[in-house]
Design a protein around this ligand. Sequence first.
Ligand code: FER
Length: 267
Amino acid sequence: MKEIPQAYLQPCDQPGRLEELEIPGFENAVVYLPAGYDRSEERYSTFYLMHGGGGDPHSFFSADGLLKNQLDHMIASGEMAPLIVIAPTYYPPGRKGDGIAYSAEAVRDFGPVLLQTILPIVDGKYRTIPERYHRGMGGFSMGAVATWYVVMAGTEEFYWFMPMSGDCWICGELGGGQHSAQTAGLLAVTLRGKTFFLHALTGDKDIAYPNLDPQMKAMKEYADVFGKNVKYSVLPGGVHDYPDIRRYIYNALPEFFSPGSADSGES
Ligand code: FER
């Protein structure tokens, strides 16, 4: 897995910008608009990026500017086509500190909110390409758990998925580890015949590795559903924190929204 170039941590001379977007019943989402958005008539792909447990929309787009700088540089260098990144939250106001059992409910309930409420708001306000081939979703930890719910329910709306350091909880908390065969089986029956691309990433020192790794291995048993359209990458030494997650985004996001990726899933 490539390292993020040091220069990408610094501000870029072709910066995009961040703004807030109101979502009924939730704190504002943070939206990243790429350089040139305000001067063009272009339409852009959208990527929905979900924070980890206890976090909020500013967890990824924090005051340190690191993810924003990274995205600016990835686009300015031509590594990645310009895109819009939306960072919503799955917590209703005041509930982000309510612990893991509540988080499990919040991410489950968030799937329908994203599909039915947030997508139309985003597509109504921004110049998006409102088609599933131009929509992706990813997230860290509980944000990955949220992503797996949308993998199950949202392939009409989404084609590209990037769960990072978090497993699928459709069979219960930490279900990817505790019930790997059942989880993989449910994913397989749900996704058989659907077209999508999924890249799961984690580190072998990550607390979620014992949950995600058996799930990904169990999924590989269903080669007709999870073939070259599913990639799984493990960073040696990678841990459960935002710096390694930014590295996963650096490696995986440029594969999205591009015709070559869907059938080139070497890991
Ligand atoms: C995992 C998925 C999510 C995991 C932890 C989480 C330990 C989230 C934890 C938290 O928000 O506290 O596989 O493994």
